[in-house]
Design a protein around this ligand. Structure first.
Ligand code: GTQ
Length: 345
């Protein structure tokens, strides 16, 4: 173990001034800020956004701000550790709750960060990604990979709401975040790939020597299939909870470069105490209610709520009724950087 490191105050004032003039600073007084011992010291604090609180605020935004004035009519879920207005819910994950009213469209744009949406409420909403029309039904996961054109539309009769998750904070940090705009896209007149090429798990279009596979072959993951898979796993599995990762059906890798999505099922009365993970996470409740404890903070959740956990959080979940949650995390990024870690409790 190293000794207590020297402080700035210990250094003569003229030397400190000379360093500042030269545009340098000593590392040692600041070393532990950026390299704490043993584990990171997250700024992120656990957050909890009930849908009961968000829904009226969103609908009010629908009255106050026409979609033309918003481009995207979104309320941003700000990390409590960074304060309201922070454009991030955790270190790497941006979350927003988006409203589209019947007949509205949100114009086409594309940007460097990747996005995914989890549909929260309403029927008839859709996203067009690179010309592919992706219907949005409750619980579906719909991808908008970085660089792909996307616009949103609504053919139904009630408000549609979805949760946006973006790796925006990383792109902002990298000074790599920007967008381009365009008119609404022409839509290919066919169902999306989850209904055609990748209709059944384990099957993919036959490969030929000259075939090209799209980088993101499947951009919509219908909730009904996820729930059916979890139910069978719960029925035939061992003691642990049933969990499935969303994967690219051609590569088996995570669906997006930095963000991962894992659906979880807890049976009524079931608890889960996962290892401490180096990832930060957001949990969105598809169905059911229960309690989670994140670093000692108790969070009582209901359907359509969203809550977050910082890196290396000590998390336990308990379901009061049968529950389905989707965990959004940054394991794909951390694995690419070579430092994803799990620690036993
Ligand atoms: O729907 O394209 O919440 O570009 C933030 C930025 C949603 C979107 C957000 C976006 C979008």
């Amino acid at each position: 173990m190293s000794e207590q490191l020297g402080t700035l105050e210990e250094l003569p004032e003229d030397y400190r001034n000379d360093m500042a003039s030269a545009g340098v600073a000593p590392l040692w007084p600041m070393m532990r800020n950026v390299l704490p011992h043993g584990a990171p010291k997250p700024v992120t604090r656990p957050g909890h956004w009930t849908y009961d609180a968000l829904r009226p605020l969103l609908l009010r935004a629908g009255e106050l701000t026409p979609v033309e004035k918003a481009e995207r009519r979104v309320l941003v879920l700000s990390d409590p550790g960074r304060g309201t207005g922070a454009m991030q819910a955790t270190s790497s994950i941006y979350l927003g709750m988006q409203l589209l009213l019947p007949g509205e469209t949100a114009p086409a744009h594309r940007h460097t960060p990747s996005a995914a949406r989890i549909i929260v409420e309403g029927e008839g909403g859709f996203t067009v990604v690179d010309g592919e029309k992706l219907p949005m039904e409750n619980g579906d996961l719909v991808l908008t990979p970085g660089g792909d054109w996307h616009d949103h539309g609504h053919e139904g009769s009630e408000p549609v709401v979805w949760l946006d998750a973006l790796d925006l904070p990383l792109f902002v940090y990298l000074e790599g975040s920007y967008a381009e705009e365009a008119p609404l896209q022409a839509q290919r007149n066919r169902p999306d790939a989850s209904e055609v090429e990748y209709r059944a798990a384990g099957l993919a279009p036959s490969r030929r020597l000259d075939s090209t596979v799209r980088r993101y072959p499947m951009m919509r993951y219908p909730w009904a299939r996820t729930e059916a898979a979890l139910r069978e796993m719960a029925r035939w599995g061992d003691d642990g909870i049933a969990e499935v990762d969303y994967i690219n059906p051609e590569t088996g890798q995570d669906v997006l470069p930095t963000m991962g999505f894992t659906a979880m099922m807890l049976e009524a009365g079931q608890s889960d105490a996962p290892p401490l993970r180096s990832t930060s996470a957001a949990f969105h409740v598809i169905k059911g209610s229960g309690k989670s404890v994140v670093n000692g903070e108790e969070i009582s959740w209901s359907p359509k709520d969203t809550f977050t956990a910082p890196v290396f959080a000590d998390i336990t979940h308990h379901a009061d009724s049968e529950a389905f949650l989707v965990r959004i995390h940054d394991r794909p990024l951390q694995e690419k950087l070579g430092y994803y870690e799990e620690r036993a409790k």
